[in-house]
Design a protein around this ligand. Structure first.
Ligand SMILES: [Fe+2]
Length: 385
């Protein structure tokens, strides 16, 4: 595993606030920026949470509009609908308030509202030329880490494929990680998003690009999420548990820029693209099958992960790693994740097609600790059935 062999660069929001109530700081931070027209991007489910923020913003920006057109899996068409509104109002500020989908779309709107590039030109790494509009993100779920990541994912409905834009311009100017905003998240979403955040930390720690500067955050994220997700799932209003999971999620998000994820995420994209399985559920169903596959290639790393999950140390790294797998399987059950791809309605016949699709996600597969061939992908999907 590469250690100090490469340079690692953290690109983070200039303002990164964490803690219950910190959403209220958003308006004050833009007071002297001279912004004229702000668009708040959210979903119907989180619209009510936006109201206090919007009222505060209106003290500093002449025009503030809310667009709640975000769906669970935002498509290119959804994005273009938001873009038309942002352009119409000549937005010079975009505020994403919601789950990862709202934040991802807000980030892309802020970057593309000036009309200099079409979204199609920006898919991939480093294709985005600029971002002129001010951008702030306020996550209302603890999972994607989008508020601190340079990534945004959209569903290209013509190809039933999730496509990513990765650019430092997508890192917001400001992020407010306020665990109080997550108190009303329903259990199913808490479980799925929490498992996504846990997967970010695990895949960043066991990764070809893993780096000591990020390892600490990844391990701490694993410890906090795995130790508190059950409580957040069972008792939604447990602010202490929500805060621990939100912090772990933010750590997972910070891992995404400099290291990113691996085969779990690559293989999960077709489950979302074709079968509309929520991102966190797709990751969770594939997490243990991928770790079983990866384990011999990075037993020491998975042993560290297992210890952070609370597992007992075995006679060697391989058995310690397996102890961690047992805990991960139980955690997924305890937070309501369906047990298999079959239970998500995915037929065996789709596996070849999904493997073809996953093999195109080379930006993530290249980072996986063990090379993944198409046959390997098929085998992993089969073991997740
Ligand atoms: Fe993810």
């Amino acid at each position: 595993m590469a250690r100090f062999e490469r340079i690692v660069t953290l690109q983070q929001p200039r303002t990164l606030a964490f803690g219950a109530g910190c959403a209220a700081e958003c308006a004050g931070d833009i007071a002297r920026r001279g912004l004229r027209s702000g668009l708040v991007v959210t979903s119907p489910a989180t619209r009510a949470l936006c109201q206090p923020v919007v009222e505060a913003l209106q003290q500093h920006i002449a025009t503030v509009a809310i667009w709640d057109g975000i769906t669970a899996e935002p498509t290119l068409a959804d994005f273009r609908a938001g873009l038309a509104i942002a352009r119409e109002m000549r937005a010079d500020a975009v505020f994403g308030i919601g789950g990862g989908s709202a934040l991802d779309v807000a980030k892309l709107l802020a970057a593309l509202v000036d009309g200099q590039q079409d979204i199609i030109e920006t898919f991939g790494i480093g294709k985005l030329a600029r971002r002129n509009a001010y951008l702030a993100c306020l996550p209302t779920t603890a999972g994607t880490g989008s508020e601190v990541s340079p990534n945004a994912i959209l569903l290209d409905e013509s190809q039933q494929l999730k496509r990513g834009v990765i650019s430092p311009f997508l890192v917001p100017d400001a992020a407010y990680v306020d665990p109080a905003l997550t108190l009303t998240v329903p259990p199913a979403v808490t479980g799925a998003t929490g498992m996504d955040a846990l997967t970010h930390c695990i895949e960043a720690y066991a990764n070809k690009l893993a780096h000591p500067m990020i390892d600490t955050l990844a391990i701490e994220g694993i410890r906090r999420i795995s130790g508190n997700l059950r409580r957040a799932f069972q008792g939604g209003t447990d602010l202490a548990a929500r805060t621990e999971v939100a912090l772990g999620s933010m750590y997972g998000g910070i891992c995404l820029g400099p290291v990113n994820t691996g085969a779990v995420h690559a293989l999960s994209y077709p489950l979302g693209g074709e079968f509309h399985v929520p991102h966190g559920v797709a990751n969770s169903v594939l997490l243990c099958p991928v770790i079983e596959f990866n384990l011999p290639a990075a037993a020491d790393r998975y042993a560290d992960i297992a210890i952070a999950l609370g597992a007992d140390r075995g006679p060697d790294d391989l058995s310690t790693g397996r102890n961690g797998l047992t805990l991960l399987r139980q955690l997924a059950i305890d937070v309501g994740i369906p047990p298999s791809m079959k239970s998500l309605g995915i037929p065996e016949a789709a596996i070849d097609r999904m493997a073809d699709s996953a093999m195109t996600i080379t930006r993530l597969l290249d980072r996986n600790v063990r090379p993944v061939t198409r046959d390997d992908a098929i085998m992993i999907y089969r073991s997740a059935m």
